[in-house]
Design a protein around this ligand. Structure first.
Ligand code: SAM
Ligand code: SF4
Length: 344
């Protein structure tokens, strides 16, 4: 059946990285000097991405998320969204962004047909934010979130990667959900790129400031929830309660949601490692340099750029990707690419 992989999973969600460039240098995502940008000739043009998306729709894709690098640094992104939105069969387009450029683009993005946004923000402490992003300003990210609300984006979600050695104040995020329809999602820190090759079980030798993952820095989602529940109770927010799936904010991914009593927003956790959700995986990824990835953690890539540029059969390539999609990451975690080169 169209859009189904060899394990019967329905694959209807495509994450497209539109650039490998970024205006921040988050310590867990990029080395301090950044990663060498690909030559512009290696990056898919918007026209090539749109042609790919048209073929993908024929093979069952109906939802697209734009990511990067930082998707909003690519000039022409708003018109690109408008053209993607015109493809019959695309039901929704979302963006994952660090938020810095959202005040400039939020209204135009909404007018172009994009309504869903995930803003990546790992701390509400300005000094810690500057440290994590290597120089970013917290006020810029917060202004991005405000501009998303003002532009009428819905849902507005915040993604926070939890890293033990960063000792983030998770409750301060939870407080933001009390009186606003904001959905905070805590994401387990994943071993992607970095110096060392993760050993079986994912253990890697160097540390987060070197841009590489360690098992010590990984905080399992059960621990995140337990910490939030205890801290929330102690702070008088009440008992953290699970949110039923049908009452959770609409999403395309595998978050499990909670909320404090009376809160307008929710708190989600995403556990790619401690409770992997491969059985529910619904996605393919297209990198900025035109490689089609069947799994975040697998470096087996199909060369979509070559097929697009040689006038080949893009639909056949997508079918081959569906056939090759692994059943699970099998803790074969870690990849040679940095997260900024995949798109998360
Ligand atoms: N620049 C945009 C942003 O930051 O939202 C989009 C690209 S970024 C690579 C996508 C997401 O990946 C962000 O939410 C980021 O926090 C997350 N990410 C990067 N490295 C990660 C890692 N090692 N583990 C978990 N999430 C990671
Ligand atoms: Fe840039 Fe996003 Fe990576 Fe941070 S997480 S360096 S904002 S691509």
């Amino acid at each position: 059946m169209t859009g189904t992989d060899s394990f019967g999973r329905r694959i209807d969600y495509l994450r497209i990285s539109v650039t490998d460039r970024c205006n921040l240098r988050c310590i867990y995502c990029m080395p301090p000097e950044g990663v060498p940008w690909r030559d512009p000739s290696e990056i898919l043009t918007f026209e090539e991405i749109e042609r790919f998306a048209e073929a993908a729709v024929e093979e069952g894709i109906s939802k697209i998320r734009l990511t990067g690098g930082e998707p909003l640094v690519r000039l022409g992104i708003v018109d690109h969204v408008a053209r993607l939105r015109e493809i019959t069969g695309i039901e929704a387009i979302a963006v994952t962004t660090n938020g810095v450029l959202l005040p400039r683009y939020a209204k135009d993005l909404v007018a172009a047909g994009l309504s869903r946004v995930n803003v990546s923000l790992d701390t509400l402490d300005a000094d810690v934010y500057r440290h994590i992003t290597r120089g970013g300003r917290l006020e810029d990210a917060l202004a991005g979130i405000e501009s998303a609300f003002e532009a009428g984006m819905d849902p507005v979600k915040v993604n926070a990667v939890v890293v033990r050695s960063l000792d983030q104040d998770l409750l301060s995020f939870a407080r933001m959900t009390i009186d606003r329809p904001l959905h905070i999602r805590f994401i387990e820190y994943m071993p992607v790129g970095g110096e060392g090759e993760p050993a079986p079980g994912g253990v890697c030798s160097s540390d987060v400031t070197a841009g590489a993952w360690t098992i010590e820095d990984h905080v399992p989602s059960d621990e995140i929830v337990a910490r939030l529940a205890a801290d929330g109770l102690a702070a008088g927010l009440g008992t953290l309660e699970a949110v039923a799936r049908d009452a959770a904010p609409g999403g395309w991914g595998p978050a499990t949601y909670y909320r404090f009593p009376g809160a307008v927003g929710t708190i989600g956790v995403i556990s790619p490692l401690s409770h992997h959700f491969c059985g529910e995986c619904n996605r393919l990824r297209l990198t900025a340099d035109g490689k089609l990835r069947t799994c975040l953690f697998s470096d087996d890539e199909l060369d979509a750029r070559e097929v697009l540029r040689s006038g080949g059969d893009v639909r056949a390539l997508i079918r081959a990707a569906l056939a090759a999609k692994p059943e699970s990451h099998n803790m074969r975690i870690g990849t040679v690419r940095r997260m900024s080169q995949i798109g998360g």
